[in-house]
Design a protein around this ligand. Structure first.
Ligand SMILES: Nc1ncnc2c1ncn2[C@@H]1O[C@H](COP(=O)(O)OP(=O)(O)OP(=O)(O)O)[C@@H](O)[C@H]1O
Length: 227
């Protein structure tokens, strides 16, 4: 699903070496944590997978061909096939839960007749069908993050990237979000979660990649937080 082949990334202006000769292979259907101290390169890793940036050296593959060979149209299509979740849920405050989730279908051109079925399946997956008419402000932080997950997966992306998805949440809500992500993974979606949440990584064990100053220093198939 994702392959990094001798990938280095140096940001041009500051000449920061954010990633240093990374070799990683993430298979279809895996659930992988990406851990590391602040500045270790986690967001840079995500940016490369999305092709927001290109590596200075090496190649990133998501499927067959290196991303650097994709032209604009294919890059747009590539990004549409990746679900994203951030620390800040980025819900649209004036739209209901249903409309927030449906928004993702509208922008990707899914026919209107498919929206209702897809949105309710997605809200069911995150356990929030009963809140479908609520506005984001009427939900807890954890519920809002679950809506963000519903929105990220409603288009059935094969790959989901989550950058600090529990950063704003208390321990109970964090665990709920992790359980939902695991359910999404059980349906076959490949998931990469960048996180500082030691307790979650220790509790819900999955393969864990540890970055230190841009280098992959550990790849633990059974998980564990080694910082
Ligand atoms: N646009 C940029 N221009 C220059 N340097 C950058 C840029 N983005 C990140 N960096 C630098 O690259 C390194 C890796 O940053 P990155 O954001 O990938 O780390 P991170 O592990 O996601 O950190 P955090 O946990 O704080 O989000 C850091 O030294 C950072 O200062």
């Amino acid at each position: 699903m994702i392959q990094f082949h001798h990938v280095s990334l140096e940001y041009p202006v500051t000449r920061t070496l954010a990633l240093d000769d990374l070799n990683v292979h993430i298979k279809k259907g895996e659930f992988v944590y990406l851990v590391g101290h602040s500045g270790a390169g986690k967001s840079s890793f995500m940016g490369l997978v999305l092709k927001r940036t290109l590596p200075t050296r090496g190649d990133v593959y998501v499927g067959g061909e290196p991303l650097r060979r994709y032209r604009a149209g294919r890059t747009a299509l590539h990004r549409r096939r990746i679900g994203m979740i951030f620390q800040d849920n980025q819900l649209l405050p004036h739209l209901t839960v249903t409309d927030n989730v449906a928004f993702a279908l509208r922008v990707t051109g899914v026919p209107r007749r498919e929206w209702d079925g897809r949105v309710s399946a997605s809200l069911k997956l995150v356990g929030l069908e009963h809140k479908k008419h609520a506005l984001p402000v009427q939900l807890s932080q954890g519920e809002q993050q679950r809506v963000a997950i519903a929105r990220a997966v409603v288009g059935e992306p094969p790959l989901l990237l989550a950058d600090e998805p529990t950063g704003n949440l208390d321990p109970d809500n964090s665990r709920e979000v992790l359980k939902v992500l695991q359910n999404v993974n059980l349906r076959g979606t490949t998931i990469v979660v960048a996180t500082h949440a030691r307790e979650l990584v220790e509790t819900f064990r999955h393969r864990t990649l540890t970055l230190r100053r841009g280098k992959l220093v550990r790849d633990d198939p059974y998980g564990g937080y080694a910082l």
